[in-house]
Ligand binder design. Structure first.
Ligand code: AHR
Length: 496
């Protein structure tokens, strides 16, 4: 299809910003599900395994994504598991049935292995506690194990003298969902979570707690659940969670690429709700949004493990259009930096993930590049990006800007992430730079292609990778010529 060239102007000013981007928006999520833990991060018989059995190829690839936080151990898995099964000598650990994914859990990887793995990756742990089949007592025992100094029953069982110092704690997982082990109405969950948070904060006042918000905008209790939870536990929760998995069931790329408007809408919903509860409570505290499960997921819905260890579950293959949606998630989090202070891509390896393993091989999927490129240029404050750009309609998604953008400024570097949603048209985006000190250097990368369905495979791993890109740097403006179906990132600096 022959396309045209559109023009757009992006207005930026360092003084118009939403404050610092919390690096935790580049978080990840590792669940005991399918081959995420076993054969993903932990595989002692792999040629890539280190002395702890961790896959160094996976650690190396994840390190490039600069994830400051990784959420663990679930997901639905957390709501019926017992963390105590995964500690102590490995030979004595119990093999247990996992209710959530109908799998066999060998418990060869548990809390201590996760902490050691986080250290090697250079990330920090975000632990979820079981508020489905367990409660405040067991959650507090886990905190005693991970965070308290020696001298208590559980902290004395820990292999290391030094506490692990886990800062972020999820009060269960998707407790609004009828599929969740121990699902209860909002009021009952709020009481459970508030009691757990209160005791845990009493033991370690430095921690931050994340209450379960709605597991999706499609839930019949969307926002009503969240309001009840926040109203009840406002003083003991630091975050409320949001989850979303994007889908292109209708196979309409233009419609799917408007997904950023839906992501923005969810964030706006939570902005309003949190503002309402804060106002109604006459509170000066802030509660933030933890978007701790997000990604594209709809093609592979295999969730029955057949009571086997490490079954192949939801090993989604990602294409170009998926990568352009992933970029829009991160763009939305950056734009809303004052509210979204944590977000975790779900997940990190094998399960709906940027990385896939097959034996000793590892594959970087298209979404890996979108994530890596944005993480590399984002720093400092989130700028208010005023974009003068043409719009399009795709069915019920109307007035959608052709370009989706996020911008940051750290006093020395301007970081931009731009998605051209058009399937046919290039868009030349002019960015006047008069409000910034003169830029001397621009580094830019692009992920783009003609076919929205193009994906990498073990046979052709570099079918779609990001590459260096040329951006015009004039005296008055940067000019970014976006081809159709493209994600471009850039970093403009005053000195190298
Ligand atoms: O990420 C896969 C699953 O999706 C998680 O276990 C659950 O929280 C969500 O429904």
């Amino acid at each position: 299809m022959l396309g045209g060239m559109k023009v757009a102007t992006l207005h930026l000013d360092p003084i118009r910003n939403r404050g610092p981007v919390d690096p935790r928006i580049f978080g990840g999520f590792l669940e005991h599900m399918g081959r995420a833990v076993y054969e993903g991060v932990y595989q002692p018989d792999s040629i890539h395994a280190d002395e702890d059995g961790f896959r160094t190829d996976v650690i190396g690839a994840l390190a490039r994504l600069k994830m400051p936080v990784v959420r663990y151990p679930g997901g639905n898995y957390v709501s019926s598991h017992d963390w105590k099964d995964g500690i102590g000598p490995k030979t004595a650990r119990k093999v247990r049935p996992d209710f959530a994914w109908k799998s066999v859990e060998t418990n060869q990887f548990g809390v201590d292995e996760f902490m050691a793995w986080c250290k090697k990756l250079g990330t920090t742990p975000m632990m979820a506690v079981n508020l489905g089949t367990k409660g405040a007592h067991e959650a507090a025992e886990l905190l005693e194990y991970t965070n308290l100094p020696r001298g208590f029953y559980w902290s004395d069982q820990r292999p290391s003298d030094e506490p692990y110092g886990v800062k972020m704690w999820c009060m269960g997982n998707e407790m609004d969902g009828p599929w969740q082990a121990g699902h209860v109405p909002a009021r009952e969950y709020a009481q459970r979570a508030q009691q757990a948070a209160k005791i845990m904060k009493g033991l370690d006042p430095t921690i931050e707690t994340v209450a379960c918000g709605s597991s999706g905008r499609g839930m019949s209790t969307y926002l009503a659940w969240d309001r009840e939870v926040l109203e009840y536990g406002w003083d003991d929760f630091d975050f409320i969670s949001a989850h979303r998995y994007s889908a292109n069931h209708r196979n309409d790329t233009a419609w799917f690429l408007a997904e950023g408007t839906e992501i923005e809408r969810i964030i706006t919903d939570y902005r309003s709700l949190i503002g309402y509860v804060r106002g109604a409570r006459r509170s000066n505290r802030n509660v933030y949004l933890s978007f701790d499960e997000w990604n594209v997921w709809y093609k592979n819905m295999e969730m029955d493990g057949g009571w086997k260890p490490a079954p192949h579950l939801i090993e989604e293959v990602y294409n170009l259009e998926d990568a352009l949606v992933v970029a829009q998630y991160l763009n939305a989090f950056i734009r809303n930096a004052d509210l979204v202070k944590c977000a975790c891509i779900a997940q990190i390896v094998n399960i709906i993930a940027p990385l896939l393993t097959r034996g000793d091989e590892m594959l970087k999927q298209t979404i890996y590049y979108a994530f890596e490129d944005i993480a590399a240029v984002t720093a400092g404050d989130a700028l208010e990006a005023v974009l003068d750009c043409e719009t399009y309609d795709a069915d019920d998604r109307r007035g959608v800007s052709l370009v989706d953008v996020a911008a940051t400024w750290d006093g020395r570097a301007l970081g931009l992430s731009l998605v051209n949603r058009s399937l046919t048209d290039s868009v030349s985006v002019r960015v006047p730079v008069g409000a910034f000190p003169p830029f001397a250097f621009v580094d830019s990368r692009i992920l783009a292609g003609d076919d929205p369905k193009v994906a990498n495979s073990f046979e052709a791993p570099e079918t779609l990778v990001s590459r260096e890109f040329e951006v015009e740097l004039g005296e008055d403006a940067l000019v970014v010529n976006l081809p159709p179906l493209a994600h471009v990132t850039l970093r403009a600096t005053t000195s190298p």
